[in-house]
Design a binder for this molecule. Sequence first.
Ligand SMILES: [Zn+2]
Length: 310
Amino acid sequence: MSINPDLVTVGIDMGGTKIAAAPFVNGQLLIDEIIKEPTPQNNAQAILDLMSSMVKKISEKHQVKAVGISTAGVVSNEGQMIGGCGNIKGWKGTKVKKELEAMLKLPVAVENDANCAAYAEYMVGAAKDFDPVLLVIVGTGIGGGIVFNNKIWRGAHFAGGEIGHIKIVDKRTRRCTCGAWDCWEAYASGNGLQNTAHLFYADPTMDNYKLMDLYHKGDETASQVLNTWHEYLALGMASVINTIDPEAVVLSGGMAKFINYPELNKKVRARVVDALKEYVNIIEGTLGNDSGMVGAACLANVELQTRATV
Ligand SMILES: [Zn+2]
């Protein structure tokens, strides 16, 4: 694909500790020039100012046509932060789209980070040949996003895809970060794996890296813990697959590399309804940590096209 310099979009990944920005053409990183800056704390205006200066810096070299922002938290259709924003204090309530469009005089798209990651894998990543697609982010918690027919499933209140909080048991055994008991996240996330490991080992310093090290050395208990974790992953995943029948499920996040994909596919296949058994297709994402930024850049393209056709 030839590079059209008129279609450069900037993808911005907004995290609790750093903000990353880079130029893209059709979802492909234009050249390897990602800019990273520490996230200003407790000050939404300082965050907006920093994003604006990062875009202006990229604009010195490229003809930027639109900007996309990937951020934690619930984002309204108007690009306003309306829900909890993880560890980004002072961000809630900010009219990100409106403010940045006024500062930059460019179209701006703003979307939740899990939705951005899902859109990125759907457009240019592991799931580019599949539709609909479910993304499951397995990190310290579990997040998700659903993309179908080039659109993100946002729900009536912009919080669709919060699959980490489906219940997999009702025994009040584990408390979730959301405050409820027995969410899928409490068992199948990175924290869930570590909590399971603590049930098997007396060592209070046991963490997932120690566990994986033991597993690779052939430790039988570690193998049991990993098998239990895969069972938990399969329990929630089968429920979501039964609900939305995705053509592919893409896994990303820090824990995705610890997953045994043939084993997980087998366990999920055993649990889904008969009509879906032969179609279970769980794959690892290809975009890694860049997926939020890539998705934001792709959504900036959509914003540009939408305006061109209005
Ligand atoms: Zn929960």
